[in-house]
Design a protein around this ligand. Structure first.
Ligand SMILES: *Cc1c(COP(=O)(O)O)cnc(C)c1O
Length: 393
């Protein structure tokens, strides 16, 4: 007889992680010799920019970078964040108190929940949403109110649908535009409304702007901190993972209200030692790349978007081109659930897409397709769909 140790209740509160299940099925398909095309994860293909790699190599040659980094991140990276933020959004940030480097934004989003949520506290989260936005609060013991997003409302949060007593009670609201998974963008007026709402009910706003730069057709995403008064009650998360193809480097940052950031920093000094200094040097270089780099990245995703949207339209989908992100959010054919459609597609074509219910129940009826392969592979996806008769009727 072995010992039996039950994981903490906070783990039992979590719904199963759909990506883990998908991983098992992918492994099986590979064993059967299928040539998988994995458009399931939000993992950019390709390399970080060469100057970023060079900066990391140089930083490796500096002895002091091999020790523990400062808890609060290097001053030089924090100053680069403040300069970048000012250049993009015209807002001043104190590099000492209003910017904090993170081991990727997922780390910060989740730890912010632990820093601010007591068991039973009410948290407002969209559904569908990026999993860290509801899993972090669940780990912290939050009671969730799910703000259901609907296609007929352009996937925007309907603040007027939140019952008054829940708005009164809520401590934190998480949101994310441009949105993963829905690819929706929010107009500036929406940001103004949500700030007014949060002020009225004293709610801490958490905005995830990880697609700050992956926007197309001249669209420029809004930062929450551009809205007057927002900095008094909010923080905004950013990442180097997407724009700069640095997902494996684990680096992001949070900007915003200094007191809120201080709470997160206090928690983190108890949990981690921050980011390898060489990675911070590289991230700093990325934020200082000329705009032409960002434009190239935008073009790469925009071309893939155009190609795949047009191909899917030929297969019967009535699909609009998203203005931002690296995804398509695609309706399942009638009568098929998200899981059925994703599994059926995987088994019949070797193409991996993510079932929408991985992002919460309100994602049911959709799958998310990541634009993380070159055009010849996307062409292959379309060929296989055509051959297998996968289309939208
Ligand atoms: C990819 C993604 C992130 C990035 O996470 P990192 O931990 O910084 O790599 C955060 N939020 C959303 C919505 C994402 O899609």
């Amino acid at each position: 007889m072995g010992f039996e140790f039950t994981p903490a209740k906070r783990l039992q509160a979590l719904p199963p992680y759909v990506f883990a299940r998908l991983d098992e099925l992918k492994a099986k398909a590979r064993e059967q010799g299928l040539d998988l095309i994995d458009l399931g994860m939000g993992n950019p293909d390709g390399f970080a920019p060469q100057p970023v790699v060079d900066a990391a190599v140089e930083a490796l040659k500096v002895g002091e970078n091999h020790g523990y980094p400062p808890f609060e991140g290097t001053g030089s990276f924090r100053r680069a964040i403040a300069r970048w933020y000012h250049r993009r959004y015209g807002v001043n940030l104190s590099p000492d108190s209003e910017a904090l480097p993170l081991i990727g934004s997922k780390e910060g989003l989740t730890h912010l929940a632990l820093a601010y949520i007591d068991p039973g506290d009410l948290v407002l989260v969209p559904s569908p949403a990026y999993p860290a936005h509801f899993r972090g609060p669940l780990i912290a013991g939050a009671q969730l109110h799910r703000m259901v997003l609907k296609p007929e409302q352009d996937w925007l949060i309907d603040l007027s649908a939140i019952p008054e007593h829940l708005a009164q009670q809520a401590k934190i609201l998480y949101f994310n535009y441009p949105s993963n998974p829905t690819t929706a963008v929010a107009p500036r007026e929406f940001f103004e409304e949500i700030v007014a709402f949060a002020r009225h009910y004293s709610i801490l706003l958490v905005h995830d702007l990880c697609y700050a730069e992956l926007a197309f057709d001249g669209y420029q995403p809004t930062s929450l901190l551009e809205i007057p008064g927002a900095k008094e009650l909010s923080v905004e998360f950013h990442t180097l993972s997407k724009t700069y193809s640095m997902a494996g480097w684990r680096v992001g940052f949070v900007v915003g209200n200094s007191k809120i950031i201080q709470g997160l920093r206090t928690l983190k000094t108890n949990l981690d030692y921050g980011i390898f200094s060489a990675v911070q040097a590289a991230a700093e270089t990325a934020l200082e790349l000329p705009d032409s780099y960002v434009e190239q990245a935008q073009q790469r995703y925009q071309q893939r978007r155009d190609f795949l949207v047009e191909g899917l339209r030929n297969l019967g989908w009535n699909l609009e081109k998203p203005k931002a992100t690296m995804y398509l959010w695609v309706r399942c054919p009638k009568g098929m659930s998200s899981t059925d459609f994703a599994l059926d597609t995987l088994q019949r074509t070797g193409v991996v897409v993510t079932p929408g219910n991985a992002f919460g129940e309100a994602g049911e009826g959709y799958v998310r397709i990541s634009l993380i392969a070159e055009r010849d592979r996307l062409q292959e996806v379309l060929n296989r769909f055509q051959q297998a008769g996968i289309r939208y009727e």
